[in-house]
Design a protein around this ligand. Structure first.
Ligand code: CP
Length: 319
């Protein structure tokens, strides 16, 4: 079925430049793929004959596999390249690596990199779609999209909804992309955690900053937990993991501050017993695994839209 969907981007690097309407276009496409999935019509042929390369230069489970599943659901061939198994270890530049991937007939590159800005650089260096699968502390656009898609599925439109993001905000690309995405969709965002990881400077993004858990939790429609990003921290930001958990970990007693029906979310990977108790991660309030499944749908939508625009194709969605 042809749709008059408004999408004119080759790449998805960051959510900042996207309008609310563009985000809703992604959700419209993801919703159509979800309906098709329910009709057992999982496989679409929109990327038949195309090759999608997963260039993952940082570890990943959910994002890499969800992109791979998304590409395969669209009938693309997929290739995964990891840092340790590539000639990047022999000194080849990122640009040369990407140009070689294109010469090897890549049609879309999905990229995760420890350096903020690497996917943006690549998107300007080559003329095929580049999708950011997480760059440094900068952005993780498809994570924020799948989080918002999950929230809307559970809560309805996000206008006026209160979402709390709790944990290591300073080093989190997930937090940055979520703040941008949720605000574009009309939600009010609170960020919470120790002042060393939740600096006052974030107020300039229009969020409420809380260093006490109770006020951060008691009016929230959903709370998103974030793990401590040890791999990005260059100095100590709190005395010990034990103390972090004692003061900021979400446990059963603190979860009582939440409204009945408030959702518990986590982008993964979870450090059980640190930022969240196991019992809560597996509770009925938790939508953590639904987030993972929705990640496939949202990534199918992003791949499809960017590919259609790049090839000048009319956007079709499953009926
Ligand atoms: N949420 C997320 O990015 O998880 P992975 O690091 O496993 O991809």
């Amino acid at each position: 079925m042809s749709q008059n969907l408004d999408w004119s981007r080759k790449d998805l690097i960051d959510l900042k430049p996207l309008s609310r309407a563009e985000i809703e276009t992604i959700f419209q496409a993801a919703g159509a793929f979800k309906k098709a999935l329910h009709k057992k019509d999982k496989k679409q042929d929109y990327l038949k004959g195309r090759t999608v390369v997963n260039l993952f230069l940082e570890p990943s489970t959910r994002t890499r596999l969800a992109f791979e599943a998304a590409a395969q659901n669209l009938s693309a061939d997929t290739i995964t390249v990891s840092a340790s198994a590539s000639s990047l270890t022999k000194g080849e530049s990122l640009r040369d690596t990407a140009c070689n991937l294109k010469a090897l007939q890549a049609d879309i590159i999905i990229m995760r990199h420890s350096a903020s800005g690497a996917p943006n650089y690549l998107s300007k260096a080559i003329d095929i779609p580049v999708i950011n699968a997480g760059d440094g502390s900068h952005a993780h656009p498809t994570q924020a999209l799948l989080d918002a898609f999950t929230l809307i599925d559970k809560l309805g439109p996000l206008d006026g909804k209160k979402i709390t993001i709790l944990g290591d905000i300073l080093f989190s690309r997930v937090a940055r992309s979520n703040i941008i995405c949720l605000q574009k969709l009309g939600a009010e965002v609170t960020i919470a955690g120790p002042s060393t990881l939740v600096p006052e400077g974030f107020r300039s993004m229009g969020v409420r900053v809380c260093h006490d858990l109770q006020p951060a939790l008691e009016d929230a429609d959903a709370v998103m937990l974030l793990r401590i990003q040890h791999e990005r921290q260059t100095s100590t930001h709190f005395p010990s993991i034990g103390e972090y958990t004692r003061i900021f970990g979400l446990n059963k007693a603190r979860a009582k501050w939440l409204k009945p029906g408030a959702l518990i979310m986590h982008p993964g990977p979870i450090n059980r017993g640190v930022e969240i108790d196991s019992e809560l991660a597996d509770s009925e309030q938790s939508v953590i695994l639904e987030q993972v499944t929705n990640g496939i749908l949202v990534r199918m939508a992003v791949l499809h839209l960017c590919h259609c625009h790049h090839r000048g194709l009319k956007i079709k969605l499953p009926a």
